[in-house]
Design a protein around this ligand. Structure first.
Ligand SMILES: [Zn+2]
Ligand SMILES: [Zn+2]
Ligand SMILES: [Zn+2]
Length: 175
């Protein structure tokens, strides 16, 4: 079972490209939720039903979603949901590495490689607002090393690239 899951994650994480085309999203969702269980068990932290539901909502597609959009969706299931419910869950999910904030959109995406240490850049489509992580390890390493030559101590780098995704580009080309 364990080996099977690892194989599965390896297959998924190599396919960001696939994900950026039309695809069966239930695979992504399933993988994200499985990775969440793995990460929480490993870190000995608890994915409560509320946190899990909020993660599912964030991972329900590849669009970055804002806190108030999440609140609206959660309220349809639990009319007592409050902004604090969302913000506490988001803090937990981000600290666990299950969710990333897209700073330039003030919104959130689910991480599809949460079980691995990674440094990524986020590609954001300005047409459909889908946002995808790609591995940017070498950029992090270069920039951190460059900053250190200026005796600067690097802590955090945010890489967000805006543009047009392959699906939207095709749609635009056809019009
Ligand atoms: Zn997907
Ligand atoms: Zn990630
Ligand atoms: Zn797009």
């Amino acid at each position: 079972m364990q080996a099977k899951m690892t194989d599965n994650s390896a297959a998924k994480t190599s396919s960001t490209d696939e994900m950026m085309h039309r695809h069966d999203h239930s695979d992504c969702l399933h993988h994200a939720m499985q990775a969440a269980e793995t990460v929480c068990t490993a870190q000995n932290i608890r994915l409560t039903p509320a946190r899990k539901r909020i993660l599912e909502l964030i991972c329900s597609n590849h669009q970055a979603i804002g806190a108030y959009q999440l609140l609206d969706q959660l309220k349809q299931e639990d009319h007592k949901a409050k902004p604090a419910t969302i913000y506490r869950a988001l803090d937990f999910l981000m600290a666990a590495g299950l969710v990333h904030k897209v700073e330039s959109l003030n919104a959130y995406i689910g991480c599809l490689t949460a079980e691995k240490d990674h440094h990524s850049a986020i590609l954001i489509c300005d047409q459909c607002h889908n946002a995808y992580e790609i591995n940017a390890e070498s950029i992090y390493q270069n920039l951190f090393a460059m900053s250190q030559t200026h005796d600067f101590q690097p802590k955090q780098l945010i890489l967000e690239l805006h543009g047009v995704c392959t699906n939207c580009k095709r749609d635009l080309d056809q019009n």
